[in-house]
Design a protein around this ligand. Structure first.
Ligand code: RP5
Length: 162
């Protein structure tokens, strides 16, 4: 198993069904990752330690998902120079628009690469992380190119009735 370069973190166990979409993509592409529950509000010390140690532990990308008052991605970006990809988790009360706004409007200086709300955003976060790592990993680049080609090939030319 190669060294872990991607951290998938989330604010709650309840975020896992969404964030698992990122993990499944990384599984498909053969990218090693770790998963952790790190809450900006409920476990702030865990957030601080994770951010402080991320670069030194060799993490190259952090995928951070949270819902509602989704401060985890932004706070993580403030604590580490490791690029943070934010995933707004879909909420019941406001359908994830609250999550999106909480993540996307970062002040100049501390960016978060914000994905779409929900499962598609989480899957795209996995693809984005793989794309970043592929810049320095020719084997991964070939796997990612093949993955993209297979997706394109799976799209029919014409619509069909069910
Ligand atoms: C956020 O609050 C989490 O990221 C989660 O999306 C949301 C709800 O958390 P639970 O109450 O389900 O644990 O911090």
């Amino acid at each position: 198993m190669s060294a872990i370069k991607v951290g998938i973190i989330m604010g709650s166990q309840s975020d896992w069904p969404t964030m698992k979409e990122a993990a499944l993509i990384l599984d498909e592409l053969g990218v090693a990752y770790e998963t952790k529950i790190v809450s900006a509000h409920r476990t702030p010390d865990r957030l601080w330690t994770y951010g402080k140690e991320a670069a030194g532990r060799g993490l190259q990308v952090i995928i951070a998902g949270a819902g509602g008052a989704a401060h985890l991605p932004g706070m993580m970006a403030s604590k580490t120079r490791v690029p943070v990809i934010g995933v707004p988790v879909q909420t019941r009360a406001l359908s994830g628009v609250d999550s999106l706004y909480s993540i996307v409007q970062m002040p100049k200086g501390f960016p978060v690469a914000t994905m779409a709300i929900g499962a598609a955003g989480a899957a795209n976060a996995g693809l984005m992380a793989a794309g970043i790592l592929a810049n320095a990993d020719a084997d991964l680049a070939a796997r990612l190119d093949a993955w993209r080609e297979a997706l394109s090939a799976s799209i029919p030319d014409e619509p069909a009735d069910d």
